[in-house]
Structure formats: C-alpha cells, structure tokens
Design a protein around this ligand. Structure first.
Ligand SMILES: Cc1cc2nc3c(=O)[nH]c(=O)nc-3n(C[C@H](O)[C@H](O)[C@H](O)COP(=O)(O)OP(=O)(O)OC[C@H]3O[C@@H](n4cnc5c(N)ncnc54)[C@H](O)[C@@H]3O)c2cc1C
Length: 382
C-alpha cells in the first residue's frame, strides 16, 4: 500500500481536525434540514482548499491530486453530502474554468469560485441525456454576440444555490453526436432561468435542482472553450473528477468500517461481544481488505495524474471499484448493526443511501466498464 509522505499526513491531520470541529457536530442538523451550509464555501476558500489541485499560476493554492483526495475522503467520512457540494463547486466548475476557459474568462470568474464568494455548479444531465452525453438537447442559438439558451437540466448539485452554472448546451448538430456540444458560464440569477429543488434519497445536505432555461441570454464571451467542442475539451475535467468522486466512496466506506468495528466490539450476544463470532470477524476482515484495495486504486490513479502520466483507465477502475465497494461496506455495516442499523438515527443507513449515487453519477459504472474494456482491447494492462 502507498506510504503517505510527512506532508500528506500533516495535511490529513489538519483536515481531520477541521472536520471534527466544524462539520461533525452539525451533520445531524444538516441532514435533517436538507439544506447546504453555504458558509462552508467561503470557509473552504479562506483555507485555500477550493484551490487545491489548481495550478498556482491560475490562482490555485498549491497541493495536487493527493491533497484533493485527502480533503474529499476526510470530508465524506463525516458527510458525503457536504463533500459533494464542495466537490462539484471546486473540481467540476472550478476545474472547467481553470483548465478550459480562455485566460480572460478564467481571470474574470475563477477568483470568485476559489474564494467561495461565487458558488459553482456543473449542469450536464437532462431529461433525455443521462449516461449518454451525446443526447444533450438544451439548445444555445447564436444571435450576434449573444447565445439564447432554451431547455431543461435535471439533478444539478448546487443547482438551486449556484451563482455560476457551467451549462452544457447544444450549439449545432443533433442528439447522438458529441460534436456541437458547448459549455457556457451562466449567471444563476439570469432572466428566464427558473430553479426548483428536488427531493432525494441521500446526500441530504447537498442541494439538487431542476433548472429551466427559457430564452436565457448569455454573452458569447461566456463560452468555456471553443464553440461546438467545449464539452470535448472538458472531458479531462470529468476524468479527473472520477478520481475525486471516488474518494467520496472511500470516506463513506471508512466511516462504515469504523462504525461496524465499534458496534461489534460493544454489542454482546451469545455470551460475549459479536467479535467472538468468526462470521463477524471474517466480514470485518473482508471489509478492511476491500477498502484497502479501493484506496490503493484511487491513490494510484491520483499519483498518475500528479505525475502527468495517462490516468483515464486508472480513474475509471478507481471510480468503479471504490463506489461499488463503498456501497457494499455500508450494506455490511448495516447488517452487522442489526435492527439498530435500520434506524434513521443510526448513521450507517445514511452511508448506504449516500454511496449509491456514486455508482451512477460521474459516468455510470457500466460506462466505466465499457471504457475499461476499450482500453484493454487496445492493449492496456494493470
Ligand atoms: C444526488 C445526485 C447529484 C447529481 N449531480 C449532478 C450534477 O451536479 N450535474 C449533472 O450534470 N448531473 C448530476 N447528476 C445526474 C447524473 O449526472 C446522472 O445520474 C448520470 O449522468 C446518469 O444519468 P441517469 O441518472 O439519467 O441514468 P441513465 O442514463 O438513465 O442510466 C440508468 C442506468 O442504466 C444503465 N446504463 C446506462 N448506460 C449504460 C450502458 N452504456 N451500458 C449498460 N448499462 C447502462 C446503468 O445501470 C445506469 O445507472 C446527479 C444525480 C444525483 C442523483
């Protein structure tokens, strides 16, 4: 297993201290209320954590892929819903601005995202465009030096609270083609944009929105990347996102393992703690082994990204394995808790509800399997 450096250990300790002081005590309340603690965006901005992984020359705050993994893993250990909001804001919205936007647009918009004064969202999914990106229909028609956006986006994290939404839109061609799909940086308070909150099974503190665009006017200089190919240019942001999205599942899996360990040592049945039962011991051993394997895959993928080596297939494998392992760990933790784990007041049921979306968000796992196989057929091997 990968040995962390002294700096990485120190950073994990710093994040853990922050989480214990400023996140954990409020998680029950945020879960119950189902609203995002928006003050966290500026809090993370002031700590420099939204800028981790973004080159300093582009306004980032140093640190790289490993520090980003540590941050999201530790956040998700306490609340995957909180981690999801920051992840979409910093990794997807911030990443697209940092990596793809023109210098002028980046300089205008990225500082607000990095400081947290501008809350970001990434809006790709639509009623008819889910795992298949090429089905995007929301249209952006050019009229002189503006574009007019019409259509609907669904399931958008931070969608109802975002000041800036990176909207994936069709500028030419027809559904079924990746060409003709562009990306726009759209203000959340644009005239003609209406937003509705969506109820969901898990990730309760995160905000999820349905967005309707009716003749929303967006200046042409808000194009992120080139017209017709902007989405293609954003693919590296999404590939990198798989590694960091996978860390949410690692955090959930770790929390599930911790909860299970604590419970089976304390719970006495059949004349002693549950840890006396071999089946229970083996379950915990398997949980530990699978979590270790997932962590290795995720941090290995992050190491490749950091080293500037090809990481796409490693990112797909990490996302696939970590998400399914996280859900499995959460289910096993619930099982070991018996009836207690079925109670809403027990956190283990939350781990299960929260992890499920990681299996189909950020590219459904079936799509990851397709991409892994494509690479294998071309000769890629672990
Ligand atoms: C909590 C939450 C947060 C989200 N946040 C965002 C966000 O911030 N921005 C955003 O744009 N979207 C977001 N989404 C939506 C997410 O992008 C979609 O869920 C994802 O793209 C999959 O699309 P879909 O759910 O419509 O599933 P579909 O495309 O309808 O697929 C359904 C199922 O079909 C199967 N399937 C699909 N394709 C294949 C295939 N090729 N081979 C075999 N089986 C397949 C898979 O089992 C898949 O789970 C969020 C969703 C949720 C629930």
């Amino acid at each position: 297993m990968r040995e962390p450096t002294a700096e990485e250990r120190a950073f994990r300790d710093e994040v853990t201290r922050f989480v214990e002081a400023e996140i954990t005590p409020h998680v029950r309340e945020w879960e119950r209320d189902g609203h995002y603690p928006t003050e966290l965006f500026t809090r993370f901005g002031s700590l420099g954590w939204t800028g981790i992984g973004i080159p300093e020359i582009r306004g980032g705050s140093g640190g790289g892929a490993i520090e980003r993994c540590i941050l999201f893993e530790e956040l998700a250990r306490a609340s995957a819903g909180v981690a999801l909001g920051i992840y979409v804001h910093a990794v997807l919205a911030g990443g697209a601005l940092a990596i793809v936007a023109s210098d002028e647009l980046r300089d205008a918009l990225l500082p607000g995202v990095l400081s947290g004064s501008t809350i970001g969202a990434w809006a790709y999914a639509e009623p008819n465009s889910g795992a298949d990106v090429t089905r995007v229909q929301l249209s952006a028609k050019q009229r002189d030096d503006v574009f007019i956006l019409d259509g609907t986006k669904l399931y958008i994290t931070n969608g109802t609270i975002a000041d800036l939404i990176l909207v994936v839109a069709r500028t030419s061609g027809s559904p079924g083609s990746l060409e003709g799909i562009s990306v726009f940086a759209v203000d959340g308070d644009s005239a003609g944009l209406t937003r509705r909150s969506m109820d969901k099974l898990g990730m309760h503190p995160s905000e999820l929105g349905e967005l309707h665009f009716e003749e929303v006017v967006v200046p042409a200089n808000r194009l992120v990347g080139q017209i017709d190919t902007g989405f293609r240019q954003c693919i590296p942001v999404l590939s990198q996102g798989r590694i960091f999205g996978a860390t949410l599942a690692l955090g959930i899996g770790r929390a599930a393992l911790d909860a299970a360990c604590t419970h089976v040592q304390a719970r006495e049945q059949f004349g002693g703690p549950l840890t006396k039962q071999q089946a229970v011991r083996f379950t915990l051993a398997d949980m530990t082994a699978r979590l270790a394997a997932s962590r290795t895959l995720v941090y290995d993928a992050a190491d490749l990204l950091e080293a500037g080596k090809p990481y796409d297939t490693a990112a797909s494998i990490a996302k696939l394995v970590a998400s399914e392992t996280g859900t499995w760990l959460a289910e096993r933790a619930m099982h070991l808790h018996g009836a207690q784990g079925f109670m809403m007041e027990s956190p283990v049921q939350r781990y299960y509800r929260d992890c499920k979306i990681i299996e189909y968000g950020e590219g459904a796992n079936e799509v990851q399997r397709e991409m892994i196989l494509d690479a294998v057929i071309k000769g890629w091997r672990p």
